[in-house]
Design a binder for this molecule. Structure first.
Ligand code: SF4
Length: 233
């Protein structure tokens, strides 16, 4: 673990050095200038993110395509027969669990808005309150909530997936013993608002390309400066 303490300045330096190692991250290019102009106002992002839990991206895309092709709208998805819906999204894995999560989330949204399938009301809420509203839905954890709030609404909260969590711990951004929830809290506290999205993308890239669970390609300028964890000692 790096012995130097982390603060905003050092996080900005880490971001800049990861950009030098990889490339700048442009949220607008990836999610559009105004993603909230898309129909569904965040609901589609939430449903797709639930589908993506514990499964590869390609299977998420296939399940989402099948889901939105089979059902005309969110009302039809909420009202769908459980087994039929589970069969439709089976390629995403954990189909029964994800079916229940999606239908529960849609019901919660409809009840909150008085009938509309829209998460636009989250935009006006403070980030912590919006996150609390989403995570109160059984099956919606901190990562799913942060994906919706950060990717879609541009709110400053970092989604901590397995790569972000592993690399953050090896860099000492987050204590080795931290739970996923604690890692979310620590990174939201530490990372400057405008870097929550780009640093999320860059840490994933670093995890995928150089710092897997079992192997580390540790000879690069970023790791030489920021990591002296036991794994690569
Ligand atoms: S690649 Fe090696 S040096 Fe870099 S973060 Fe992973 S374990 Fe640490």
């Amino acid at each position: 673990m790096s012995t130097q303490a982390w603060d905003e300045t050092r996080v900005r330096e880490l971001h800049d050095e990861l950009v030098s190692l990889y490339e700048p991250v442009d949220r607008v290019a990836e999610h559009g200038a105004d993603p909230t102009a898309e129909p569904g106002e965040g609901v589609r992002q939430l449903v797709t993110t639930i589908l993506s839990q514990n499964v590869a991206d390609a299977n998420t895309s296939r399940a989402a395509a099948a889901l939105f092709e089979r059902y005309d709208d969110f009302a039809a998805i909420e009202a769908a027969d459980h087994d039929e819906l589970a069969e439709t999204i089976r390629v995403a894995g954990l189909a029964d669990q994800k079916t229940a999560r999606i239908q529960r989330a849609l019901a919660a949204i409809r009840e909150e808005t008085g009938g509309a399938y829209s998460l636009a009301f989250l935009d006006a809420m403070a980030t912590d309150d919006a996150k609390a509203w989403l995570t109160a839905i059984k099956g919606v954890g901190p990562k799913t909530a942060s994906v919706v709030l950060n990717f879609y609404f541009g709110k400053p909260t970092m989604a901590v997936d397995t790569h972000v969590e592993r690399v953050s711990k090896r860099f000492g951004l987050v204590p080795e013993s931290a739970s996923n929830q604690a890692a979310h809290d620590a990174l939201d506290e530490l990372v400057p608002d405008e870097l929550t999205y780009p640093l999320h993308v860059l840490l994933i890239r670093h995890g995928r390309e150089r710092c897997s669970a079992r192997n580390g390609d540790c000879e690069n300028p970023v790791c030489e400066r920021y990591c002296d964890c036991e794994f690569c000692a």
